[in-house]
Write a protein that binds this ligand. Structure first.
Ligand SMILES: NC(=O)c1ccc[n+]([C@@H]2O[C@H](COP(=O)([O-])OP(=O)(O)OC[C@H]3O[C@@H](n4cnc5c(N)ncnc54)[C@H](OP(=O)(O)O)[C@@H]3O)[C@@H](O)[C@H]2O)c1
Length: 331
């Protein structure tokens, strides 16, 4: 059996380009004792992967050059020599960027596809949803009646965060690129939507919809958004520093933003986090998500490209705003 997989050709600087990736055919051997052979059905592409393509060691090691990359994936067991997994079982793994794999059965996790579609485990019910939850619950400690600004609101974490924040009783301002995305964030509950591409004064646009100020900011973008957030946050405002995608393709670390003195003057609390350090909150997340879903408060959204050949385009699309909701590749 064969499987096509995506390799990184060299560490890159600046924007990722198609020539940075190769699609390569590999053998998919029958499983040995303790192994499973799995056909992936969906793979995830995520902004954090850009950091792994730079060759720098951050909180996670760089991807290996000329080898298949890693990432979230869901798939179906084709053959099993592992007790506890049978052909037809759906599993989640980190064996993404490929059509299939043969691996130790204890490195994949069985998922229940009765109550949720399998791809939701890569989106709102997986690490994406958990990221939004950790940011709102643990970093910001969002309270009913507060006003929160969700940046990249039409994206995977952002769209989950808008719906969670509404379920927590907050007023939500969402920023997103373009009129269509603004319509979308309103359709999932945002009280106010601002097209950041259509304004040259983001802070003024936020103030216009939130004259009472903003209590908390969910940072997915950085740069101009961070500068505006420091300006509009109320005294003792909180920032969940989740991501700063505006800077991920910069070759050099960007210069310090304006408005930093406001951190002192307003006693702002800025908390950076990596979701994998907060797995202990998973039980609360599943319990809240289940009850919000049962109450009809959650609408998952995905942008799906078809076929492993499209995986590089899906990844590059994240930096061009091509996705609404979670960006996935269907295999
Ligand atoms: N801390 C953690 O553990 C953790 C975990 C997951 C994700 N994250 C971070 O969370 C953020 C969102 O991740 P995601 O997976 O949900 O991705 P996403 O939001 O679904 O996709 C990225 C979105 O960012 C926006 N964007 C791209 N380039 C931009 C730019 N130069 N300026 C402004 N906006 C830009 C685009 O939306 P528009 O069309 O609206 O511009 C795009 O759709 C990222 O920063 C990511 O690194 C952090």
């Amino acid at each position: 059996m064969k499987s096509r997989e995506v390799h990184l050709n060299a560490y890159l600087q600046g924007e990722p380009k198609p020539e940075n990736f190769s699609v390569v055919e590999a053998d998919l051997p029958a499983p040995d004792i303790g192994q499973v052979r799995v056909r992936n059905t969906y793979i995830s592409v995520d902004p954090y992967m850009r950091g792994r393509m730079s060759g720098r060691h951050t909180y996670i090691a760089p991807f290996a050059i000329g080898a298949v990359m890693e990432g979230g994936a869901v798939g179906v067991v084709a053959d099993s020599e592992f007790d506890g997994l049978n052909p037809g079982d759906h599993v989640m793994s980190m064996y993404g960027w490929r059509e299939g794999y043969t691996a130790a059965g204890n490195t994949v996790m069985k998922i229940d596809t009765q109550s949720l579609p399998e791809q939701a485990y890569l989106g709102i019910a997986g690490l994406t949803g958990l990221t939004a939850y950790v940011g709102l619950k643990r970093m910001i400690d969002l309270k009913e009646g507060e006003t929160v600004w969700m940046s990249a609101g039409a994206g995977a974490v952002g769209s989950a965060g808008i719906q969670f924040a509404k379920a927590m009783g907050a007023t939500v301002i969402a920023t997103a690129g373009g009129a269509e995305k603004c319509e979308y964030v309103k359709s999932i509950g945002a009280d106010h939507a601002i097209d950041y591409k259509a304004t040259d004064d983001l802070a003024a646009a936020i103030r216009a919809v939130a004259p009472q100020g903003v209590d908390a900011y969910f940072e997915n973008v950085g740069g101009t958004h961070f500068t505006a957030a420091l300006e509009v946050l109320n005294p003792r405002g909180r920032i969940a520093a989740c991501g700063m995608i505006q800077r991920y393709n910069d070759a050099e670390q960007a210069s310090i933003t304006d408005n930093l003195t406001m951190i002192v003057g307003k006693s702002l609390n800025i908390r950076g986090f990596i979701v994998s350090d907060h797995m202990d909150i998973q039980g609360d997340f599943v319990s809240d998500l289940t009850s919000w879903m049962m109450a009809g408060k959650i609408q998952p959204a995905e942008t799906v490209l078809d076929g492993i050949d499209q995986a590089p385009a899906a990844f590059m699309g994240l930096f061009e705003g091509r996705n609404t909701g979670k960006m996935l590749v269907k295999i």
